[in-house]
Design a protein around this ligand. Structure first.
Ligand SMILES: [Cu+2]
Length: 153
């Protein structure tokens, strides 16, 4: 009996990590965070999340920090007319009033440069987001498969 209860609890906790409730901070809601397992620690990791702005004024994401990366950076992937894909650094993106900032593969993403260790599938790591108006919030980011394309998998 004890065993089955703890197994059930482990399952519930596990499911809760991936399907986490949105985290509210001021007028902002952070949701759907996930990262892709990294190729060791020498290549950067990629992470994604959505920030919704439920307020009447725009806010900005002005800072990021995480113990897993010495240099977390926001990047935007763009594809030129010639089909060449490149990444540009994005500084302090806006979260429009009533709108959202969406990070997803192929678009804006969080690049975790200079990893302090590999991001392993099944693990999680804390990520602190600093907003100009709403302040600071720390979320727990689940690490999905190296082939994951989103949190639904
Ligand atoms: Cu990038």
């Amino acid at each position: 009996m004890k065993l089955s209860i703890s197994a059930l609890l482990a399952f519930t906790l596990c499911a809760g990590v991936v399907q986490a409730d949105p985290i509210r901070q001021g007028n902002l809601e952070v949701d759907g965070a996930w990262a892709r397992a990294s190729i060791g620690a020498s290549r950067p990791g990629g992470a994604y999340f959505t920030v919704r702005n439920l307020g009447n004024e725009a806010d900005r994401l002005i800072g990021l920090s995480s113990p897993v990366s010495a240099m977390p950076m926001l990047h935007e992937t763009t594809v030129s007319e010639e089909g060449v894909s490149r990444m540009a650094h994005v500084e302090a993106p806006e979260i429009p009033a009533g709108g959202a900032l969406v990070l997803e593969p192929g678009g804006m993403h969080l690049m975790l440069m200079e990893l302090t260790g590999p991001l392993e599938e099944g693990g999680t790591f804390p990520l602190t987001l600093i907003f100009e108006t709403a302040g600071e919030v720390t979320i727990e980011v689940p690490v999905l498969s190296i082939r994951a394309t989103g949190p639904e998998e």
